[in-house]
Ligand binder design. Structure first.
Ligand code: CP
Length: 303
């Protein structure tokens, strides 16, 4: 079967998304298999990560493949001035697939153009995080029983938060209604608002995280203020504590509401929410293992 790179969530059609989710469910039922015997995956993380890198590496290990790579670009020859193009060409000599996180938007697309082995985008700047989106979709479907017609509140840093950008595009297949809750400095970028308009997706923009939203939503998707993307430290100081979800705020919310967060969190979800049955962010991160097993096998043409 042919191999393919995953650079943007738009690389998947609706049917392909649903197929990956179904395959992920089979991996949840049976995560240890021999599908990747003899395969080598390279994880090249030019930016910090806990969940994405470790869940990808676990995904490969549980499918009997092997992992090479680096978690800190300072330990790679990019610190000596090696170009991304040369790095990708070199690693493609050793591995069957490259999973890459990079601070530059478009880096994964560029990498996919300079090699014939599949590139999986594990996050490129503020642009996209398609594999996070796949686990988000898996989590939403698992908790809601379906993906269609849901009211989704995206809260926090909607400007620099790449996970909300990918999720918005993926949900466009499923007739959602969005609430975008952000201060002006971190408003959902115009390109994504225009995307919603083109797709006839209703959305409301708010700066206050009001109880009416908490009462209507099926999913509240909290996000961290992306300190590392701010060019003005004073602007970050102004917005860093803008929203904190606390347990008391969930009173009167719908029974099916689930709180998602791509993690890591800083202070946007109080720890008193963690024991609420509506808190789902740690299970969401666990679902990343199954979603990424499905993504890797699909990209390598193994399923
Ligand atoms: N959600 C996510 O991308 O987490 P990490 O930065 O820890 O990989």
């Amino acid at each position: 079967m042919p191999t393919k790179s995953i650079v943007s969530i738009t690389d998947y059609s609706k049917d392909q998304i649903l197929r990956i989710l179904d395959i992920a469910a089979t991996f949840e039922a049976s995560p240890n298999q021999h599908i990747l015997d003899g395969k080598v995956a390279a994880t090249l993380f030019f930016e910090p990560s806990t969940r994405t890198r470790l869940s990808f590496e676990t995904a490969v290990n549980r499918l009997s493949g092997r992992v090479i790579g680096f978690s800190d670009a300072a330990t790679s020859s990019s610190s000596k001035g090696e170009t991304l193009k040369d790095t990708i060409r070199m690693v493609a000599n050793y591995a069957d697939i490259i999973i890459m996180r990079h601070h530059l938007e478009g880096a994964a697309r560029y990498a996919s153009e300079v090699t014939n082995i599949p590139i999986i985008n594990a996050g490129d700047g503020s642009n996209q995080h398609p594999t996070q989106t796949m686990l988000d979709l898996y989590s939403i479907r698992k908790t809601q029983g379906q993906l269609n017609g849901l009211k989704i509140a995206m809260v926090g840093d909607l400007k620099y938060g790449r996970t909300v950008h990918s999720l918005l595009m993926a949900m466009s297949h499923f007739e959602p209604e969005f609430f975008f809750v952000a201060p002006d400095e971190m408003r959902m970028p115009e390109e994504y608002r225009l995307y919603c308009k083109r797709k006839n997706i209703p959305y409301t923009e708010r700066t206050d995280f009001g109880s009416d939203i908490l009462k209507q939503a099926d999913i509240i998707y909290m996000t961290r203020v992306q300190k590392e993307r701010f060019t003005d430290p004073m602007e970050y100081e102004r917005v860093k504590n803008v929203y904190t979800l606390r347990n008391a705020m969930l009173e009167g919310s719908k029974d099916n509401l689930r709180i998602l967060h791509p993690l890591p969190r800083v202070n946007e979800i109080d720890q008193d929410v963690d024991t609420n049955p509506k808190a789902y962010y740690f299970e969401q991160a666990r679902n990343g293992l199954y979603a990424r097993q499905a993504i890797i096998c699909d990209a390598l043409g193994m399923i």
